[in-house]
Design a protein around this ligand. Structure first.
Ligand code: UDX
Length: 428
């Protein structure tokens, strides 16, 4: 059993905290947002993640919430930093929260601490954290800095925590290595121990590589459209090669979320700063942006004049099983269609509450069928399971025009065409 402090009770922090508590550790979750801490004490979570609320509830006796870094640090041996590292306008990562937290940790250190960066940060951040703590530490107390990047996916974060493909531990001392390998002992996964810089790079390189895979398949999808081939078959054929693998080869409206867009930008930026022009990443980003334009073009091709047409958008979150709409292609596409004069009706199983803050003049509907009623076109933006079993005969009866744009290729085109739909997928 370890005493752990997690600074930053956002997505990564809360999931990590709850999971470490489940493993038997005593965890203090810290956040400077006092309102958030009050809510967490009442078991009200700031976002939706399957199973998280239940896990926090189950481990109440081992989990506590506070807004005081001092409190959390003093009572813990291991201190995880899981604060936000948002993009600046130029694409670089804004590390001011990491610096502030490192300074406060330095002021609070009362005995040996292992400070672990878990937020996604550019290479060399560990060095800067160490330097900041050294500069601000009051007493002469030993500490270590480590990097333990997080690979959780939203919507399946708890399962990812307990069953990861690998655990990366970037350390400088044997002591830090021992503490972290012991902490992760209950988890059955390969542990790779590296230096801190390599661990930091593994995270940026992994996310950028996955984003590259998505942009690559989206580019191939465009070729498929030009020649009349089927991207789902092309991806299947490619994926059967074990060197390529079948995951992350689903063509669609482009990647979104809080990680890929930000991490591709930040990796491009830090590489440039270090003296290497990582142009490939620039292209990855460009393809991703163009993909949204391609979807809008599909809508225009199907409807001709978009102004005053009713478009039923199914799915607002950037992927299923989350209410997260950050960098969701659905949000950008809806805004562009609204600019062209389209009237938007929308339904999402979880993300409508958050969408209301950023999307105005949208008619939010209580279910799929009220959204598609009287619409000129359905635009499926997220592959929620609920959307896979739609009664299309009913949909056809209640729509104005049976046009379906399936940006996630979740339906069988033949079946829909046979039913009388105009069907447009991506890359087929
Ligand atoms: C990602 C990484 O997978 C995870 O390891 C890291 O810790 C955080 O960033 P997440 O953002 O939760 O996780 O979502 P992910 O499932 O990776 O999907 C990212 C985006 O790519 C989504 O918009 C998704 O729709 C898109 N995507 C994914 C595709 O368009 N095609 C695919 O084949 C796979």
């Amino acid at each position: 059993m370890k005493n752990i402090c997690i600074i930053g009770s956002g997505y990564v922090g809360l999931v990590t905290g709850a999971c470490f508590a489940e493993l038997g550790n005593k965890v203090i979750c810290v956040d400077n947002d006092v309102k958030k801490i009050k809510m967490l004490k009442k078991n009200i979570l700031p976002f939706y993640e399957p199973g998280l609320k239940e896990l926090i509830n189950k481990n109440r006796s081992k989990l506590s919430f506070t807004s005081s870094i001092k409190d959390g640090v003093e009572k813990s041996e291991i201190v995880f930093i899981t604060v936000g590292t948002p993009s600046r306008d130029d694409g670089s990562a804004d590390l001011s929260c990491v610096e502030r937290v490192a300074t406060e940790i330095a002021h609070s250190i009362n005995n040996y601490k292992l400070i672990v960066e878990k937020s996604t940060v550019p290479v060399e951040t560990g060095e800067k954290v160490k330097y900041t703590i050294k500069r601000n530490i009051v007493k002469k107390i030993e500490f270590d800095v480590a990097s333990n990047p997080e690979f959780l996916r939203e919507g399946q974060a708890i399962n990812d925590f307990f069953h990861p493909d690998r655990i990366i531990i970037g350390v400088e001392t044997k002591k830090a290595e021992k503490i972290l390998t012991e902490l992760y002992k209950p988890i059955c996964a390969p542990i790779l121990v590296t230096d801190i810089k390599s661990a930091e790079l593994i995270k940026h390189a992994s996310n950028s590589f996955l984003a590259t895979k998505i942009s690559f398949i989206n580019a191939v999808a465009n070729i498929c459209e030009l020649v009349g081939a089927d991207i789902t078959k092309v991806a299947e054929g490619m994926g059967l090669d074990s060197r390529i693998g079948k995951s992350f080869l689903n063509a669609g409206p482009g990647f979104g979320g809080s990680c890929f867009p930000k991490d591709v930008d930040a990796f491009y930026w830090i590489s440039k700063k270090l003296g290497y022009d990582f142009n490939l990443l620039y292209e990855v980003k460009k393809i991703n942006e163009t993909q949204k334009q391609n979807i809008i073009k599909k809508v225009e091709d199907a409807l001709w004049i978009v102004a005053n047409k009713i478009i039923a958008v199914l799915g607002l979150s950037f992927k299923p099983d989350t209410d997260d709409i950050r960098m969701s292609p659905a949000i950008d596409i809806i805004k562009s269609l609204q600019k062209k004069g389209a009237k938007i009706k929308a339904y999402d199983p979880k993300a409508m509450k958050k969408s209301k803050d950023v999307l105005k003049n949208v008619e939010y509907c209580k279910d799929i069928y009220s959204a598609v009623k009287n619409s000129d076109c359905i635009l499926v933006m997220t592959e929620w399971n609920e959307f896979k079993n739609i009664d299309f005969e009913k949909v056809k009866r209640i729509m104005k025009n049976p046009i379906l744009i399936d940006t996630r290729n979740i339906y069988n085109p033949e079946k829909l065409i046979k039913l009388g739909f105009v069907y447009k997928g991506v890359g087929r």
